[in-house]
Design a protein. Structure first.
Length: 313
């Protein structure tokens, strides 16, 4: 029997874990809190203890597994080395080596969480059937991951796929989280869409259902746009135009088969993806065979799927 493997997705508040069959079947899924005290020194120990416990519960031993994969919130070098993981309190080190030692030498592989989620979507999600794709996660920020020939492309220093920080807006005066000005994230993330709506409400005289909201969220903007609110629709078109612009630039470099759109904002569905595709297609005239723009399907589980796939290769 082919051995099972473990997928681990380490986030700032919880660690999600999954036990997988080699064919991609998720057998067990569980999570533990992320203990960030003392520079996050207990996180890997907690994970190892939890993996051992779950393994025993299933009547298995560590040698029954082909390995464990891990998604980390920060840049990860190809050998698993990290310089820092701000959200976990980690400084420079090699967490995959550390976890391997805690699991009796089990094979452990790791990657950046956004890249790993992209791999998961390629394997068992919205990206099934594609070998070359770029995932864009529209959440509080805008994350991304590049998959070339079914492998993560992390780049020289791990910033490969940081689509959210492609510069698209000239003259932006507010700073982005990365320190830059005018990043895609500032206009296309959930935060960015809400901010864009506030700006337009102040500058535009048109009536809008958004004027009655005390605190505008991206969800409000998207549902108002869907209901035909002209001002909200302007905001959504602006965000999708910048997204389409950035993806068209990506197309001219990587020419992927598909873009997979995930994250909370993507709950707006094809209403959103069709607009992104409209602008992408318009802005990439040389690409005669247009990339598909499709929705992610694994939600918060994309990370554990991709982490498992890291081990399976
Ligand atoms: Zn930025």
């Amino acid at each position: 029997m082919d051995k099972r493997c473990i997928g681990i997705d380490i986030g700032g508040t919880t660690v999600k874990m999954g036990m997988f069959e080699p064919d991609g079947t998720l057998v067990e899924k569980w999570e533990i809190p992320t203990r960030k005290e003392e520079g996050g020194r207990y996180i890997l120990e907690d994970i190892a203890a939890s993996v051992r416990k779950k393994t025993a519960e299933c009547g298995l031993s560590l040698s029954d597994f082909s390995g464990a994969g891990m998604g980390l919130p920060g840049p990860v070098m190809p050998d698993g080395h990290i310089e820092f993981c701000v959200n976990l309190g980690w400084k420079a080190g090699n967490p995959q080596q550390t976890l391997s030692a805690l699991l009796d030498g089990m094979q452990v592989k790791s990657g950046n969480d956004a890249n790993v989620a992209a791999l998961g979507e390629m394997w068992q999600g919205g990206g099934r059937g594609y070998k070359n794709l770029v995932m864009v996660t529209l959440g509080t920020g805008v994350g991304g991951g590049v998959i070339l020939n079914e492998r993560i492309w992390p780049g020289m220093q791990g910033v490969g796929g940081e689509i959210g920080h492609i510069h698209v807006i000239e003259g932006e005066t507010e700073a982005c989280n990365c320190g830059g000005y005018g990043c895609l994230e500032q206009v296309a993330s959930a935060t960015g869409i809400a901010r864009e709506a506030r700006r337009l409400l102040a500058a535009d005289k048109r009536d809008s259902v958004l004027r009655s909201k005390e605190k505008i969220t991206a969800k409000d903007v998207l549902s108002a746009a869907r209901d035909g609110d002209a001002l909200a629709l302007t905001v959504v078109e602006t965000s999708c135009r910048y997204l389409g612009w950035a993806l068209a630039a990506v197309t001219m470099v990587l020419d992927p088969q598909a873009y997979i759109i995930g994250g909370g904002v993507s709950k707006a569905g094809t209403f959103l993806t069709e607009k992104i595709k409209k602008y992408h297609d318009k802005l990439s005239p040389m690409a005669t065979r247009k990339a598909d723009v499709v929705l992610a399907t694994l939600g918060n589980d994309a990370g554990i799927y991709g982490a498992a796939k890291l081990v399976l290769g």
